[in-house]
Design a binder for this molecule. Structure first.
Ligand SMILES: Nc1ncnc2c1ncn2[C@@H]1O[C@H](COP(=O)(O)OP(=O)(O)OP(=O)(O)O)[C@@H](O)[C@H]1O
Ligand SMILES: [Mg+2]
Length: 252
């Protein structure tokens, strides 16, 4: 029994079956990659897991409790955090202020923008935010406005904003998308360090096979909304069904 158990999820958008009978089991303390061509339904599945989308049928159990029917912030409080495909950060605040917001929301269960000045002055929260920024190598950029950050920095900031919530499960939707090689390598190392230090279970969606094979202990291949294969990385490499799904795309 995994920490996350997804069973028989279906989701249609009009005439399109975006998810068709998706089953997924993510074991505690592992990195599980979900791969597949563009439009396979990967982000849709993540949206279901975090309460942004209600599926037409199926069940999602996390840590023994049902996720479906809960609001995103309730699922967040259950211990699921995610790094979005497009980073969601406050562009008119600094790096440091952005990380303090989830610290504050975790403690008090709510956050109002006008409270930012009182949050900044709280020592405990400052210390937590500093630790998280150090963990993602962003401490020296703490006073920069996030609008001036590079794509890689924005991703790292978002990771810090997730980690500060002390999640049991971290969902990452293409954490290296659009990054240069060096930044991608940094992100791989960072995720390895986070895993070693905090032992967080991770589910990662990724197109870069170097990232997938560097991090994942299990891989699920989605194609046209349905899982084709789930196995250890050695068995996914060169698997005929996987090659077929990716025909003309990334080499697996
Ligand atoms: N809100 C929506 N309304 C209608 N169709 C949608 C919606 N969200 C996603 N889709 C469609 O569902 C399918 C799956 O989309 P999804 O974003 O989950 O794919 P993906 O595997 O994440 O792709 P990518 O690798 O490009 O990010 C696509 O055909 C997409 O166009
Ligand atoms: Mg996607």
């Amino acid at each position: 029994m995994g920490i996350l158990e997804v069973k028989g999820i279906n989701k249609r958008f009009g005439g399109l079956q975006a998810l068709g009978d998706v089953n997924l089991s993510v074991e505690e303390n592992t990195v599980h990659a979900i791969i597949g061509p563009n439009g396979a339904g990967k982000s849709t599945l993540l949206n279901v897991l975090v309460g942004k989308l209600i599926p037409d049928s199926g069940s999602v159990m996390f840590d023994g409790q049902s996720v479906l029917g809960r609001k995103p912030h309730e699922i967040n409080q259950m211990g699921i955090s995610r790094v979005f495909q497009t980073p969601e950060i406050f562009t008119d605040l600094t790096v440091f202020e952005n990380v303090m917001i989830p610290c504050f929301a975790k403690r008090d269960g709510a956050f109002r923008m006008h409270a930012i000045e009182s949050i900044v002055s709280e020592k405990g929260i400052r210390a937590q935010a500093e630790e998280m920024l150090a963990d993602v190598n962003m401490l020296e950029k703490r006073d920069m406005l996030t609008s001036s950050l590079s794509r890689g920095d924005k991703r790292r900031l978002e990771m810090a904003m997730c980690l500060v919530q002390d999640p049991k499960l971290l969902l990452l939707d293409e954490p290296t998308a659009g990054m240069a090689r060096a930044d991608t390598e940094n992100t791989i190392n960072l995720l390895k360090e986070i895993r070693t230090k905090r032992g967080i279970t991770m589910a990662i969606i990724e197109h870069d096979m170097n990232v997938v094979f560097s991090l994942a202990e299990r891989i699920t291949v989605l194609a046209q909304g349905t899982p084709l294969v789930e196995d250890i990385p050695e068995n996914i490499k060169g698997h005929p069904k996987v090659r077929e799904a990716y025909l003309g795309e990334a080499q697996v």
